[in-house]
Design a protein around this ligand. Structure first.
Ligand code: NAD
Length: 348
């Protein structure tokens, strides 16, 4: 019997998680999604055969626009084994208290929630095993996921990290967010140091020495991280490239093929026919990888905020229900979702 899944929140993350869950019908059944608003996204969900549920005080709004509803949020909860919460940041905690916990439903939350919403903050490469059998799991944010994957690559290869410094250029808004900015500014976001990303990475990899700073810019495409990692021992550029090449979900972007910016990466994703131009892999610009003084490594990587956490949501489901071990889960997720790094030979 597949695990029955309900998704609360059908926005940027929720709709991608829904599409992903549908691809693993041998393990999971998408029973439905909860949407408070009757809009074009609800209509598209229905057109894809996804059952839309809403809150009882919103039923009339859906009826007025002629968008069919399968039932109330409570009715969906009665039918599922687990909730994936993809509501806006901080709403998930309220939903847990009001809806999920009183009905004893396990839940997977997203990175906009504080770490204490869940038993474990999750990144598949870094700490899959900690989430096995957990009732509440938080898949960390897009930026934190990107950093955790990168650090996990080196830790899994046995390198010891002395310290990490990451300077994040954050996209100002997602493409659909017409009311967010900045539109003509570079905003220290936050102005204080460290930005929340460093402490968030520590919720997954507690022992790491990391400091992060961030600015937001007028871009909707991707984030760009400028990373500096100091290792305990010397490494070569070739070592670093080999380790990254061996790591799932990490893609090296070649130099000299006009893929030297986030706009070009997104165009590449469009041209190769990626649905919604999603790039679920960390994109590391190979030309940026530089070793200074033997153990000090620099690189730049782009993170597609809308899609990078989707594989982790699928792995979190498997970990919660003990359906597969870490590497089996990662391998299956990546193959079915069509990640370019799928089929890599791991040597960890
Ligand atoms: P979003 O605003 O695109 O989608 C959230 C959806 O939830 C909206 O459609 C909203 O109408 C709906 N909603 C609001 N309250 C609800 C409720 N009580 N019940 C059901 N639905 C409700 O937001 P998003 O970008 O998808 O973010 C969702 C979560 O994922 C947040 O925690 C966010 O921090 C995290 N996240 C976002 C990104 C990103 O870049 N967009 C990346 C990684 C993680």
């Amino acid at each position: 019997m597949p695990v029955r899944v309900g998704i609360f929140g059908y926005g940027t993350i929720g709709k991608r998680v829904a599409d992903a869950v549908l691809k693993f019908s041998d393990e999971f059944e998408l029973v439905g999604v909860v949407k408070p608003t009757p809009d074009y996204e609800a209509e598209i969900a229905v057109s894809k055969g996804i059952k839309v549920y809403t809150y009882s005080d919103k039923l009339k709004d859906f009826e007025k626009l002629g968008i069919p509803v399968a039932g109330t949020a409570e009715e969906l909860l009665d039918k599922v084994d687990v909730v994936i919460d993809a509501t806006p940041g901080k709403v998930g905690k309220e939903m847990k208290e009001k809806y999920y916990a009183p009905r004893g439903k396990p839940a997977i939350f997203q990175g906009g929630e504080k770490a204490d919403v869940a038993d474990v903050s999750f990144n598949a490469l870094a700490n899959y095993d900690r989430a096995v059998g957990a009732k509440y799991i938080r898949v960390v944010s897009c930026n934190t996921t990107g950093i955790c994957r990168l650090l996990a690559s080196f830790l899994l290869h046995g390198l010891k990290i002395r310290k990490v410094r990451v300077y994040l250029v954050r996209r100002g808004a997602d493409p659909k967010e017409h009311k967010r900015g900045p539109i003509n500014d570079v905003v220290p976001d936050p102005v204080t140091v460290p930005s929340h990303h460093g402490p968030d990475v520590k919720t997954v990899i507690p022992e790491i020495n990391i400091v992060t700073m961030a600015v937001a810019v007028p871009v909707t495409l991707m984030h760009l991280h400028m990373v500096n990692i100091e290792f305990e021992t010397n490494v070569t550029r070739e070592d670093i490239i080999r380790m990254l090449e061996e790591t799932p979900r990490i893609m090296l972007v070649p130099t000299g093929k006009r893929m030297d910016s986030i706009a070009q990466l997104i165009e590449w994703a469009r041209d190769i026919g990626r649905y919604r131009n999603d790039i679920m892999e960390n994109c590391i610009f190979e030309g940026s990888i530089t070793v200074v003084d033997g153990n000090d490594v620099y690189l730049s990587m782009a993170i597609h905020q809308e899609s990078i956490v989707i594989p982790e949501n699928i792995d979190a489901l498997r970990a919660m229900f003990k359906l597969a071990d870490k590497w089996t889960s990662i391998e299956k997720t990546d193959k079915v979702l069509g990640l370019i790094t799928s089929g890599k030979k791991y040597k960890f």
